[in-house]
Design a protein around this ligand. Structure first.
Ligand SMILES: Nc1ncnc2c1ncn2[C@@H]1O[C@H](COP(=O)(O)OP(=O)(O)OP(=O)(O)O)[C@@H](O)[C@H]1O
Length: 938
């Protein structure tokens, strides 16, 4: 418990205080003489008075960045606020600050900081606009003085709250510039004295006249050294209180007057303490420093560091004669293509500099100043002349990326992209490009063939990538790195869009023994690339990476294999609908793959965009910060992203895609079984025997496709496809997919770490025949058919579970087909039937025009025989049920492979009323793992 002061002690305190005040008044007077003579010339600085061309400022350019989310922000709150974390620490930032190359300019028009401060009609709060200054109750100058400046506290607008004796001349100078009358220093000194003696002020007093300091504010008896702040100093400290801070200190009348003058003051009668918003922090610390009887420790941060050495108790030791060491630091942040803002605390000197910028603009809401990029270097040069201010410039990467804006050569809000000359590219491809796809190709070519094409799913990244690569055809051989399950789909796309390309020139790498450079177009999976990369003697000049977010983790074998290839390539075309699924750190490898000179060190990127935090175990880069700026940088120099909603008018309602799965995934046993079944069909047999052979072939197809189907679904999940339906009709396929997804759900926690899978993932596994009607899944926009069905009407009905009223997006429909299986016959049969229906005006759908493999039809006579058998068998009345039953009961383990126990009700379609029952119906209708998310969009 603290003891009350004795009469003797109080007398001595008051004497010391009076002495200190007198010394300060003297010093201020002497100093102010000096200031007035220097300050007058600067006061007339015309740049300050004129409003500046801020009206010319492109308004929209300062709009916050909106659509096109490329990742989900983890801690959005951290992005815009002043960030006192390690990277901003005084020590570290100072290192940057002192860099010789950044100090080259000899500070044109350099004037001592105190002069700038005196001329500025700065508002009392860091980010207040000039107009506000007159209304603010706190009128003292928050000096950023250096060694000669000494204390420059200027009187309060409200004299009853003046905590300090004021220097008359300083006062006059400020009053002149702010249009206020000069004040009387002596009178104010008296007022200050009176206010100090107001012992009945209710603060943390227990009784009038007796100070009962809190433990933190225990009165101290000092040694009386001349270097000490005052004979008796009241110690206190600032502590965080939510987004505000609280001051823990004993009673001090002067400090109390300061408290009362701060706009954000709140007194908490319970704790008997005052708290303030962070906006008032610098002002309070500044004022507290100039009080000889107060020793206020700055806020402590989580890492135990103080905010600024200037506000440490050591910094106060030499008061009152020592200068204020207050230090404000902050950084420039890009807010649009054309402008940046200063994210920094209050400094009157700095505001004076801001006011010298012609393009200055003040945002009353954010309380931040912003400027055109062309004034960036000017502002930084001037700010560097202020010893108490550290305003970090935009990172070099940004100044390089926005060089044209910095040099004032372009102020447009969107980059100008010239039309590329595509006369050398196959006309079939060029004429089929949708307008936005053409714009994508133009963008890529304007960027020298290096970009991350991050269009939404299904917008045709493949056709654009092929077109971009074809533009650089003279630089081929081309390397295309893709997820394993889509290697053959890419082959089909090249065949479709580049008829000029000889099919033999396409090399799809299927095993670790194949050559990576055998073709003019070489298509390889990520995993095989890591095995074969050593084969590369001469580098590929043109490289496409599909699903480039597979490279997001630099420690994976995929990434380690691909990055060196990309580093030496001249053209790098990255494709991904989801370049990052959860955090900006995932973008780093893709950014440097496109622009190797950007952020050569990950740490610098992490500090700026990943909210990097130092932890006991190292740095944590899992957060996010400055996302608006990151988006601007990406859009300017790295990435092009359009959402479906942006280009919906150009898209068909349904986009069908045939996914040709790898024949290599079909096991030797399954292949043998398939071949045997196919042979049976061509033998001269009875109708019934032929039908049985067909059923067997059909069933073996299902079995053979299982690994490829599962691989494709897993790739979709890893590619960030969040919600989709999978249709199949063989029980074995439904079971296998269900099982694989169940495993995935169980493994989710591991997978979340491995692939950063979204918790929003939801997959519905449905039987084509049991769930093709009556249900609505319009919150999904992707349907995968793991198997084909001979009746296109049933397929279209199944497609329409997603494509129906309520669906506002274009729907992607992927048909998984495997060469050398029943799909070879089913697919052409479906196309044929659709065509007939279309001609009769019964169907609007044209499968063949909408899909890659238009020539997916085998014309050898034996195959024609099988095809005819398919047509016959599947068209005959009553055969549907027989085939379905066979599909349901197919047991791959059984010798014949044609039958098992015909168990469940087949072919029954579902309506809404039976929905609940169906969700229970195992193997027919499975959801992974969020049924509700399909019916009510997330
Ligand atoms: N201009 C076009 N003309 C005809 N078909 C097109 C065109 N653009 C895209 N398509 C078709 O749309 C479907 C989807 O295209 P693609 O697979 O390239 O999309 P994507 O952007 O790569 O999607 P994802 O991210 O899902 O892989 C394909 O079947 C493709 O052939």
């Amino acid at each position: 418990m603290s003891l009350p002061l004795t009469e003797e002690q109080r007398k001595r305190i008051e004497e010391n205080r009076q002495k200190a005040l007198a010394r300060r008044a003297e010093k201020l007077l002497a100093e102010q003489h000096q200031k007035t003579s220097l300050g007058t010339s600067i006061a007339g600085n015309p740049s300050q008075a004129k409003p500046g061309p801020s009206q010319n400022f492109p308004r929209e350019s300062c709009k916050p960045v909106s659509h096109g989310v490329i990742f989900k922000q983890q801690n959005p709150g951290s992005s815009s606020n002043y960030d006192p974390k390690p990277h901003n620490s005084h020590k570290q930032a100072k290192g940057i600050w002192k860099k010789p190359e950044e100090m080259t300019t000899a500070c044109p028009g350099h004037s001592p900081p105190r002069q700038v401060a005196l001329t500025g009609i700065s508002p009392p709060l860091a980010q207040s606009p000039p107009e506000v200054s007159k209304q603010q109750p706190l009128g003292y100058e928050l000096g950023q003085g250096h060694a000669q400046a000494s204390i420059r506290s200027i009187p309060f607008a409200n004299p009853t709250h003046e905590p300090l004796a004021k220097a008359k001349i300083s006062q006059e100078t400020l009053a002149r510039s702010s249009g206020q009358p000069p004040r009387d220093v002596e009178l104010e000194a008296k007022t200050a004295k009176a206010s100090t003696l107001q012992q009945n002020t209710s603060y943390i007093h227990s009784s009038p006249g007796s100070v009962t300091p809190r433990p933190e504010g225990r009165l101290q008896q000092t040694s009386g050294s001349s270097l000490q702040k005052a004979a008796v100093t009241q110690k206190g400290r600032c502590v965080r209180k939510g987004d505000r801070f609280q001051v823990l200190i004993g009673y001090n009348a002067e400090l109390l007057a300061v408290f009362k003058s701060l706009p954000s003051k709140i007194y908490d009668p319970d704790s008997k303490t005052w708290n303030f918003s962070m906006n008032d922090y610098s002002a309070l610390m500044e004022a507290a420093q100039s009080l000889p009887t107060v020793n206020l420790q700055p806020l402590e941060w989580a890492d135990g560091s103080s905010e600024s050495p200037s506000t440490s108790s050591a910094g106060q030791a030499s008061l009152p004669s020592a200068p204020s060491l207050a230090f404000v630091k902050g950084r420039c942040v890009l807010i649009s293509r054309a402008c940046f803002e200063a994210d920094i605390g209050y400094s009157q000197d700095l505001i004076a500099v801001f006011k010298q910028m012609d393009s200055r603009r003040y945002d009353v809401k954010t309380r931040k100043w912003s400027f055109l990029l062309e004034e960036h270097n000017k502002l930084i040069t001037k700010a560097r002349c202020l010893p108490q201010v550290q305003l970090d410039p935009l990172p070099k990467t940004l100044t390089l990326a926005f060089a044209s804006q910095l040099k004032k050569t372009s102020l447009s809000l969107t980059p100008d992209v010239p039309e590329a000359d595509l006369s050398e590219v196959d006309p079939k491809l060029v004429s089929n490009l949708m307008p936005f796809q053409r714009a994508g190709v133009n963008f890529a070519i304007a960027k020298g063939g290096r970009l991350l094409l991050a269009d939404d799913m299904g917008l045709g990244k493949t056709i654009q990538a092929i077109c971009i690569a074809a533009f650089y055809r003279k630089e081929w051989p081309l390397l295309v790195v893709v997820p394993s399950s889509v290697r053959f789909t890419w082959e089909q796309a090249f065949l479709r869009w580049l008829p000029s390309l000889n099919p033999d020139c396409i090399n799809v790498v299927v095993t670790g023994k194949d050559r990576l450079t055998a073709g003019l177009v070489n298509i390889v999976s990520f995993d095989l690339l890591s095995k074969l990369e050593k084969q590369l003697k001469t580098p590929f000049k043109v490289v496409i990476i599909d699903e480039s977010h597979f490279l997001k983790n630099s420690r994976t074998a995929r990434c380690r294999a691909a990055m060196p290839v990309l580093k030496v390539a001249k053209r790098v075309i990255l494709l991904s609908g989801t370049p990052a699924t959860s955090r900006p750190a995932e973008l780093y490898t893709q950014i440097i793959a496109v622009r190797p000179t950007f952020f050569p060190q990950f740490h610098a990127f992490g500090l700026r965009y990943c909210d990097a935090k130092r932890m006991p175990w190292g740095w944590d880069y899992s957060g996010s910060s400055n996302l608006g700026e990151l988006k601007l940088l990406l859009e300017e120099a790295v990435m092009l992203r359009r959402l479906k909603s942006d280009v919906l008018s150009q898209l068909p309602a349904k986009q069908r895609k045939i996914v040709v799965v790898a024949p290599g995934r079909i096991s030797a046993t399954a292949r043998a079984a398939l071949n045997a079944a196919a042979k049976e069909m061509t033998k001269d047999k009875t109708k019934q025997q032929q039908k049985e052979a067909l059923i067997l072939f059909f069933n073996r197809t299902a079995e053979a496709k299982i690994p490829s189907v599962i691989e494709y679904i897993m790739d979709l999940l890893e590619s960030g496809k969040e919600k989709f339906l999978v249709f199949a009709h063989h029980k074995v396929v439904l079971d296998a997919v269900t099982k694989a997804l169940e495993r995935k759900v169980t493994e989710r926690e591991d997978l979340c770490q491995q692939f950063q899978l979204s918790p929003r993932h939801a997959v519905a596994v449905l039987s084509i025949t049991a769930a093709n009607m009556g249900l609505t899944f319009s919150s999904a926009d992707l349907v995968v058919f793991a198997e084909l069905f001979w009746n296109p009407g049933v397929l279209i009905q199944a497609e329409d579970r997603v494509h129906r009223i309520g669906q506002t997006s274009s729907v992607g429909i992927h048909y998984v087909v495997a060469k050398g299986t029943a799909d070879d016959y089913l697919w052409p049969m479906i196309q044929e039937k659709i065509k007939v229906l279309g001609e009769a005006g019964l169907s609007e759908t044209n499968f063949s025009e909408m899909t890659e493999a238009t020539d997916y039809l085998y014309k050898d006579p034996k195959q024609q025989q099988i095809y005819d058998l398919f047509q016959k068998s599947f068209e005959e009345e009553g055969n549907d049920m027989e085939l379905l039953e066979a599909a349901e009961s197919f047991d791959p383990g059984s010798a014949s492979g044609t039958s098992g126990s015909s168990s469940q009700d087949m072919g029954d379609t579902l309506d809404e009323s039976s929905l609940t029952a169906c969700t229970q119906k195992k193997k027919r209708f499975e959801f992974f793992d969020n049924w509700d998310s399909f019916t009510s969009p997330l």
